[in-house]
Design a protein around this ligand. Structure first.
Ligand SMILES: O=C(O)[C@H](O)[C@@H](O)[C@H](O)[C@H](O)COP(=O)(O)O
Length: 260
């Protein structure tokens, strides 16, 4: 797994724009090499701001959106179209504005979906979709995602992996249901750490002073059960993309200032 690199941008607006530009460039590069690309989306304010910035830039037309697989890192187990679902926010911010292949957009199942209000069954279904998309060269139950984006909670949660919760002990299954999440809603579906580790690139995106301590711990020697973001690492590359406030408690010399 890769050692994290840290980039610090001036504020949340510049951060979202810079990550959007980075995402477009990454997709163009991957598609030039392999024709198709895959991205794992995150919820949260910064994650959606990035998608809105992608939608707002003309450079988005350089991406072959129909040759893109979209997955989610976690989802609140709420009905389709619920404004609190990560899927709903992503569709409004970007997905409704680009020419995606609907068969390649993979939101996590909702309680009004094929398995009804059974989050375990929904998690198993998502696992089956990921297994079906994985190629032999991925050497595992999920595709080697080209980019997996993660927001960061003040408690250092990523996806719906909250400190000390059972999902963090999962070693085999790539997707699990979460019950009793400390942040509402309590019932969720999430990728596990093994699934996150399958990504070629993991980008942890965080803004604001409330994230500074979580960022510091995530870059320390902390274990992922106590500090889930400390387990957010990609195979080839791990980036912590921060604004200045979220980077306020970094050990001196760790950050690279990317924009003045
Ligand atoms: O599922 C959730 O409750 C949120 O989506 C959460 O996981 C979020 O991604 C982070 O807390 C960062 O959120 P912000 O970017 O809004 O700070």
């Amino acid at each position: 797994m890769s050692t994290p690199a840290v980039l610090v941008h001036r504020d949340q607006t510049v951060l979202a724009r810079a990550v959007a530009a980075r995402l477009i460039t990454r997709l163009v590069d991957v598609q030039a090499a392999r024709r198709t690309a895959s991205v794992v989306l995150t919820g949260g304010g910064v994650g959606l701001a990035v998608l809105a910035e992608v939608a707002a830039t003309g450079a988005r037309d350089a991406v072959d959106w129909r040759a893109l697989d979209l997955w989610w890192g976690d989802e609140r187990f709420l009905p389709t179209g619920d404004p609190e679902r990560n899927e709903t926010g992503a569709r409004a911010a970007l997905l409704d504005h680009v020419d995606l292949d609907p068969a390649r957009v993979h939101p996590m199942p909702a309680p009004d979906g094929p398995d009804g209000p059974d989050p375990e069954a929904a998690a198993r279904r998502y696992e089956a979709w990921l297994r079906a998309a994985a190629r032999p060269e991925d050497h595992g139950p999920v595709p080697s995602f080209d980019v997996l984006m993660l927001g960061l909670g003040p408690d250092a949660h990523v996806a719906s992996l909250f400190p000390e919760m059972p999902a963090l002990y999962e070693r085999e299954r790539p997707v699990v249901a979460v019950h009793g999440a400390p942040k509402p809603p309590p019932t969720r579906i999430t990728l596990t750490l093994p699934a996150i580790h399958a990504a070629r690139e993991v980008w942890v995106i965080a803004a604001g002073e409330s994230k500074a301590q979580a960022v510091r711990l995530a870059l320390s020697e902390a274990g992922p059960v106590q500090v889930p973001a400390a387990g957010a690492r990609g195979r080839q590359r791990t980036l912590f993309l921060l604004d200045r406030a979220a980077a306020a408690l970094l050990p001196a010399g760790l950050e690279r200032i990317a924009s003045p």
